[in-house]
Design a protein around this ligand. Structure first.
Ligand code: NAP
Length: 428
């Protein structure tokens, strides 16, 4: 019997425990070896649990799980950096295999932990850490190992995708959509990890590391939140043939990696534009394989638990056959990160302007001065309501930022109402 100890039995942990208990015979058959639960650590023993497991297996001391001599596989589904990191490190040093769903931890300390696993000759698997139930780590690591991946683009945060879907389809405001996400249990009381893009940035760091075979951490990702998106932006995007998504995009430019999480307009014809509600999707482009898209549920006990149990079965098979999972040496190679100012982008820009002769010429000269050319311009409203909606051609991020700064200094510009990247057109 291969014994599995759980650190945490919340949303994900209880789905994992339930699967291991209810489908034990089937999983044992599939793995070629029986898989049983040893110990489970939680914060409170008083909480009622959806899984029925013998009382003596529960503990409030996570170290008991890690130190249990009968436990061969430790599953970390408690979240947070500490004590999760210390516990995983200790488990690996004791020769135990580890499965984790913890993106925050893997994005920043995954390299160190993978080095510990290599040293100990054990497995550290983390399929569930990115996009919940979608198999994406293993395909990138194994199936696409022979290709050269040059771009990974994803909608990897279900909460923000739910909010943007509601805004797009119901015409509601950001605040109303966030409130609905809260009511349905899709959003935490403090939504900043989702809305400010931290969660997506951690996932993009993990994806980029594996796709480009170099160690990328959360701090390498340029990040912009989506709380400023208005119903007017969504309407404008629709008029122009775009859908707004919180996109995580990492690209290989020469030997440098450009990685960013930001709201972006995407042509409605692109498959990522059709990803609705809490669904996640990862779009991968490789020189040989061309375009691939992985779509599914990025959160929730069932989907995330499925990915965790998949990793447990892989480890059980490895133990039974005396082998190890493929790790890859990416974490040993520091990534060369492109200066965000040099990244090339197109922008959608909305300006409130004075309705008087010469306004367009003044604005166009600012764009021209910074070498940013205008692809389209549309005037809406008159007098106090006069608004210009522009789309630029591809130019550097730095040139765009300098343009925006000079535009707001013009007497004829009342305010820069909105600006957003346009991604996935012929120009990039
Ligand atoms: N939820 C998802 O859809 C999802 C999707 C992908 C990845 N993940 C990742 O999976 C991990 C778990 O998420 P979750 O949603 O399952 O979290 P959760 O529902 O909050 O569960 C956390 C569990 O860990 C236990 N715990 C926390 N700190 C502990 C400590 N110091 N000692 C002992 N037990 C402790 C809690 O005990 P009590 O039950 O007693 O409070 C609870 O059982 C996180 O890293 C998360 O990012 C989650």
């Amino acid at each position: 019997v291969i014994r599995v100890g759980l650190l945490g039995c919340g949303t994900v942990g209880s789905a994992v425990a339930d699967t291991l208990v209810r489908r034990r015979a089937e999983l044992g058959e599939r793995a070629g070896v029986d898989i049983g639960l040893s110990r489970i650590a939680v914060r409170s023993l008083a909480k009622s649990r959806s899984v029925s497991i013998a009382a003596h297996k529960w503990t409030t001391d996570p170290w008991e799980v890690v130190q249990d001599p009968d436990t061969q596989v430790v599953v970390e589904v408690m979240g947070g950096l500490e004590p999760a990191c210390d516990l995983i490190r200790a488990a690996l040093r004791r020769g135990k295999h580890v499965v984790t769903a913890n993106k925050e931890l893997m994005a920043d300390l995954g390299g160190e932990l993978l080095a510990e696993a290599d040293e100990a000759g054990t497995d550290l698997l983390f399929e569930a850490s990115v996009a919940g139930g979608i198999p994406i780590i293993r395909p990138l690591k194994e199936s696409l190992a022979g290709d050269r991946i040059f771009r990974v683009m994803g909608i990897v945060n279900g909460t923000t995708n739910f909010i943007l879907t509601r805004m797009s389809e119901e015409g509601c405001s950001f605040a109303e959509a966030l409130e609905e996400a809260r009511r349905l249990g899709y959003s935490e009381l403090d939504p900043s990890a989702d809305v400010e893009g931290f969660d997506a940035a951690a996932k993009l760091a993990i994806l980029s590391s594996i796709a480009f075979d170099a160690r990328v951490v959360s701090g390498d990702i340029t990040r912009e939140g989506m709380g400023h998106i208005t119903a007017e932006d969504i309407r404008s995007a629709h008029d122009l043939g775009y859908e707004i998504k919180l996109l995580a995009v990492a690209e290989l430019e020469g030997e440098e990696i450009a990685a960013r999480v930001s709201p972006a307009m995407r042509p409605q014809t692109h498959p990522l534009a059709a990803v609705r509600d809490v669904f996640n999707a990862v779009f991968v482009e490789g020189t040989g394989v061309g375009e691939l898209m992985f779509l599914g549920r990025g959160a929730g006990g069932g989907p995330t638990g499925s990915a965790v149990v998949g990793d447990i079965v892989e480890i059980a098979r490895n133990i039974a056959s005396g082998s190890r999972s493929v790790g890859g040496g990416w974490y040993r190679r520091p990534a060369s990160i492109k200066n965000p100012d040099d990244a090339v982008a197109r922008y959608y820009v909305v300006l409130s302007v004075l309705d008087q002769p010469g306004v367009l010429a003044a604005i166009a000269s600012v764009f021209a001065h910074h070498g940013v050319s205008i692809a389209s311009v549309r005037q809406e409203g008159r007098r106090e309501e006069a608004t210009l909606v522009l789309i630029t051609h591809a130019a550097s991020e730095g040139a765009h930022v300098a343009t925006f700064k000079d535009l707001v200094a013009l007497d004829v510009v009342k305010s820069l109402r909105s600006k957003m990247r346009v991604v996935g057109t012929d120009e990039g």
